[in-house]
Design a protein around this ligand. Structure first.
Ligand code: ARG
Length: 457
């Protein structure tokens, strides 16, 4: 079969060039989207009076048969036909004869490829948004279940102030909610029909692009044919959303990896989600989390790869843009895998509340001891210094704050009274943080209710 563009060429393409320039080995991932747009395009051509009713029916039937053959794995992709578009067109022509050659009227692969990509992204975005929702609900369930578990929060990875475990899980739910909002916002810009832009300047057949858009379920029609064929901002935006979600997933992974270590001992991961070592019999490794953290590198890389490819291209389409697909497919696969992995891990983890709670005491409570003095009228700086001296005194004696008697407190300041002893309890201290967005049980119960409402659960 000769190439679809063979007309002006007098010799065969070099074998290396054929292999180097082909994209069908990866862009066949867009085969169904390509057929979907082919059918809409055929209908638009008929509406414009470019093809007859009979030709329309023949083409649509041919395309549907082709789709079935792809589903059944009966189609052989040929790299000498370069890409998914030309493979499909050639297959169609092989089956239907001359009428197959009418399919590409009023269209270029330049507007065809972005249409496929936008259809593909809309579908993938729906899947990703649903995984993100599952992840948020899993975090919300954990928050509800562990509302009474206390642990220290950390800043600089040093114990800071007591929090409720629910607060921690809701913090990540918040991040994944922001990620979901970003994806949903990107969806609005992706949801635009670019077909009908031609190679660069528009199309000289009277195609009703608004009809095509409604056939394909696009909400808008692109307003400039050069923008539509030259830019890949919509893919870059999607890749950024993936990278940002990856950043959040990686951070959560990092904490959980630390928490599963013997040093922290805050959580137990289910055996079935861990792997062993080929040499050290005692090991139970959190590989799923490590790989989620590790794969975030690809998500960043894919974004940078695409933006670098696009940044210095002369207007408008250049073949460089073919390089947009592998990063895109890789980010979709990677992110879906990481989200599914994180959901599994979260569903299986078991917090060890005794260990967490013990670490939430002692000096983690000292900010509130200082604030006790502030309540009594001591300037904060002075109160901070007194509390610091108490810490030094206890470290010297290898004792915990909870072991301090009222008499000892009074050695440091006459402003202490017996109610300071009530503060020597992580739960009490956490529940004093009642500002909106704080970790008190009161605020967290409200936050959980609000989140349930948002998720519709
Ligand atoms: N495979 C090409 C790509 O992904 C399709 C568009 C080709 N257009 C062209 N003028 N060669 O970008």
């Amino acid at each position: 079969m000769s190439k679809l563009w063979s007309g002006r060429f007098s010799e065969d393409t070099d074998a290396f060039v054929e292999e180097f320039t082909q994209s069908v080995s990866f862009d066949r991932e867009l085969a169904y989207e390509d057929i979907e747009q082919d059918i809409a395009h055929v209908k638009t051509l008929f509406k414009a009076g470019v093809i007859s009713e009979e030709e329309k029916e023949k083409l649509i039937k041919g395309l549907l048969d082709l789709k079935k053959d792809i589903e059944e794995g009966k189609v052989e992709w040929k790299s000498r036909l370069e890409d998914v578009h030309m493979n499909l067109e050639a297959l169609l022509t092989e089956r239907l004869g001359d009428v197959g050659g009418k399919l590409h009227t009023g269209r270029s692969r330049n507007d065809q490829i972005t249409t496929d990509e936008r259809l593909y992204l809309k579908k993938q975005l729906r899947g990703i948004l649903s995984l993100l929702k599952q992840l948020r609900i899993t975090l919300l369930d954990l928050a509800q279940k562990h509302i009474d578990v206390l642990l220290p929060s950390y800043t600089h990875l040093q114990r800071a102030q007591p929090i409720r475990l629910a607060h921690y899980f809701l913090a990540f739910r918040e991040m994944f909610l922001k990620d979901s909002e970003r994806f949903a916002d990107a969806y609005r810009r992706i949801d635009e029909l670019t077909l009908g832009s031609g190679a660069v300047a528009g199309v000289d057949f009277p195609l009703d692009r608004f009809f095509t858009a409604s056939e394909l379920g696009f909400n808008r029609v692109s307003r400039n044919s050069m923008y539509a064929t030259a830019d890949r901002d919509f893919i870059a935006e999607f890749l950024f959303c993936c990278a940002c979600t990856g950043m959040h997933l990686s951070r959560l992974s990092e904490d959980l990896i630390l928490w599963a270590s013997e040093e922290f001992g805050y959580i137990e991961l289910p055996d079935k989600l861990c792997t062993g070592s080929s040499i050290m019999p005692q090991k139970k490794n959190p590989d799923v989390l490590e790989l989620i953290r590790g794969k975030t590198g690809r998500l960043y890389g894919n974004l940078i790869a695409l933006m670098t490819t696009v940044k210095a291209l002369p207007m408008s389409y250049n073949r460089d843009l073919q390089e947009d697909k592998e990063p895109l497919f890789d980010s979709v696969r990677t992110l879906k895998g990481s989200l599914s992995g994180m959901i599994k891990v979260l569903k299986g983890l078991r917090p060890k509340s005794e260990v967490m709670e013990r670490n939430a005491g002692n000096f983690v409570l000292i900010t509130d001891v200082a604030n006790f003095l502030v309540d009594k009228g001591v300037p904060f700086r002075r109160a901070h210094e007194i509390a610091g001296r108490i810490v030094a005194y206890l470290i010297d004696r290898s004792r915990r704050l909870e072991d301090m008697s009222l008499e000892e407190f009074k050695m440091f300041s006459e402003d202490f009274d017996e109610s300071v002893l009530e503060l020597l309890n992580p739960q009490v201290v956490a529940d004093r943080r009642k500002t909106f967005g704080g970790t008190s049980k009161e605020r967290l119960l409200e936050a959980i209710e609000a989140a349930k409402l948002e998720e519709g659960v």
